[in-house]
Write a protein that binds this ligand. Sequence first.
Ligand SMILES: [Fe+2]
Ligand SMILES: [Fe+2]
Length: 137
Amino acid sequence: MKIELLESFLTGHHEIDEDHRNLVETINLVSEAIDSKEMDQCKSLLDSFVEVAKNHFAREEAILREIKYPGIEKHCEYHDGLLERANIVKRLCQDMAERGKLKDCFEGMANFFIDDVVKGDVMFVSYLEQVGVTKKT
Ligand SMILES: [Fe+2]
Ligand SMILES: [Fe+2]
């Protein structure tokens, strides 16, 4: 399984979109590691995935705070929930050396990403346009 950052997933904000691209890349590396049974590598990639996600959320929150996005508190809570979930998935993956189960874990990871970008970030896309941070395409 490989995920892609589709055009419709882009927020129009360069920094945020770069971060999302990074997240996609890390997720795909985890997937490759699972497929080639590189379990040690898989574990360290999962660590870096959580790091990348954490840094992304912090950056995104700072950007939204700066432009006074009214939904900021809710979005922060949403991020906290996602991080909690990511950590649970990470722990699960560390306990499971079995490839089949790891694959399920990975699906969880991919869903986690989709949750942030599609369900969460889509909420502020029109606000970014409204305040002139991004241009309508
Ligand atoms: Fe995001
Ligand atoms: Fe977000």
